[in-house]
Design a binder for this molecule. Structure first.
Ligand code: AMP
Length: 217
């Protein structure tokens, strides 16, 4: 039975790698607000133009913009019976907005999947992270592409996201994740939403195996 899932963790925890695999296995859409925002930046839409400065600095895009964008996405037909949210909610105000949207649909959040990794590990991972335009993520050391600098499947060039630069990573971790996003976990645990915590240290396949064991389809 599909359901409403949320994948939670600091930047660099592996959400962008694990979420598409999990969503495919559960046959629900993977909804990443970061991916939707990046597509808007790339397409030069008014939303993208407004969001770009915040994103490059590692700051949150204003709630009003992101909440509206997510509401539109959740209203699409493929999200009716379930979805896996990645990168939303990033603060308690967004969690409140999500709760209101889900209450209207009559289907509360079923599960929060927490990917657990330390700050030290996050900085190490992000500094080697390379991203293709299609959103696929590699790592120079841990998950290199077959040909350096080139995406395996579509041959697209790999780039370092501006928000993966070290100073920006520290801002994203301390001022954004610890200060604003971590309280979202508390928000859902207080609400009694099922939480599944996964050790995010290990290879992509090892972490995926832990997730599969904890969340059988
Ligand atoms: P991500 O790919 O999830 O790491 O998101 C990349 C960037 O997009 C973040 O650093 C924020 O600037 C922006 N962003 C993504 N999701 C949200 C959100 N729910 N609220 C505000 N900003 C967001």
């Amino acid at each position: 039975m599909p359901g409403a899932y949320l994948i939670f963790g600091p930047p660099g925890a592996g959400k962008g790698t694990q979420a598409p695999r999990l969503a495919e296995r559960l046959a629900i859409p993977h909804i990443s607000t970061g991916d939707i925002l990046r597509a808007n930046v790339k397409g030069g839409t008014p939303l993208g133009v407004e969001a770009k400065g915040y994103m490059d600095a590692g700051d949150l895009v204003p709630d009003e913009l992101v909440v509206r964008m997510l509401g539109d996405r959740l209203a699409e037909p493929d999200a009716v019976t379930g979805f896996l949210l990645d990168g939303f909610p990033r603060n308690v105000a967004q969690a409140d907005a999500l709760d209101a949207m889900l209450a209207e649909r009559g289907s509360p959040l079923d599960c929060v999947l927490v990917l657990d990794v330390s700050e030290e590990e996050v900085v190490k991972r992000i500094s080697g992270r390379l991203t293709a335009q299609n959103g696929r993520v590699y790592h120079e050391l841990y998950d290199p592409p077959q040909t350096p600098g080139v995406d395996d499947e579509e041959g697209l060039p790999l780039i370092r996201r501006p928000d993966d630069e070290p100073d920006v990573v520290r801002n994203r971790y301390r001022n954004v994740y610890l200060a604003q996003t971590l309280p979202v976990r508390e928000h859902y645990s207080r609400a009694g939403v099922r939480e599944v915590e996964i050790d995010g240290i290990g290879t992509t396949d090892e972490v995926a195996a832990r997730i599969d064991a904890a969340l059988p389809a």
